[in-house]
Ligand binder design. Structure first.
Ligand code: SAH
Ligand code: MG
Length: 205
């Protein structure tokens, strides 16, 4: 049982209800409390988020520290919801939504630098996102990856055989990414069994 320091205003409650109703996979409470703690301690001035969905995590991040966020989303209906919510939260000056596939965004972002990168999009692409965007991370910067345990499936290998081919493929890719992260000499990485599994990688030097 956790005691989390989380409070939600009316807008956030309505986003949570929307996500539940429409099966939008917003960050779990435990993961959110952990991410917010990292932001409060580290105070990143700039954040890149991959996977906006309806803007829930972006709005929460913008509210815990004085930061500028670029967040990327490839689904039009999600972008529309996110923009509406960000406007409602009066955070247009802090959050910029890019409507694109993240893998096509390097050119748009190549002159920017980020203190923190939050990876929370297509699980099969985590390694590609990491390799593409970490050159834009300032030294001492942090990469946080959500859903590292993919609803428990990566950590619990027992029922691997019962999964569909595509789910098995995703589990393999996430495991491969996990190994890659742990072996990457340029980052210090720990993977926590928090929320749906969160990896925190700190860039050395
Ligand atoms: N960070 C959000 C949840 C994101 S859910 C929150 O916690 O509130 C993941 C989102 O990533 C989905 O909306 C999906 O459309 C988007 N996505 C997946 N792959 C993507 C890609 N390659 N480029 C951009 N967006 C992507
Ligand atoms: Mg997630």
């Amino acid at each position: 049982m956790n005691d989390l320091n989380l409070k939600f205003d009316d807008l956030e409650e309505s986003m949570r209800a929307y996500a539940k109703e429409h099966h939008v996979p917003i960050i779990q409470d435990e993961g959110l409390a952990f991410l917010e703690l990292i932001l409060q301690l580290y105070q990143p001035k700039t954040i890149l988020e991959i996977g906006t969905a309806i803007g829930y995590s972006a709005i929460r991040m913008a509210r815990v520290c004085d930061t500028h966020i670029v967040t990327i989303e490839r689904k039009e209906e999600m972008v529309e919801q996110a923009k509406k919510n960000i406007e409602h939260a009066d955070l247009n000056h802090q959050i910029e939504v890019l409507f694109k596939d993240a893998l096509d965004c390097f050119e748009d972002l190549k002159n920017k630098r980020f203190d923190l990168i939050f990876i929370d999009a297509a699980k099969a692409q985590y390694l590609n996102f990491f390799e593409l965007f970490t050159p834009l991370l300032n030294s001492g910067g942090i990469v946080v990856c959500d859903n590292m345990s993919f609803h428990g499936l990566v950590l619990n290998q027992d029922n691997y055989e019962q999964q569909s081919r595509s789910v098995r493929g995703l589990i393999r890719k996430l495991n491969n990414f996990k190994q890659n992260l742990l072996e990457n000499q340029n980052f210090d990485t720990s993977i926590f069994n928090i929320g749906d599994g969160m990896a925190v990688s700190i860039r050395k030097g």
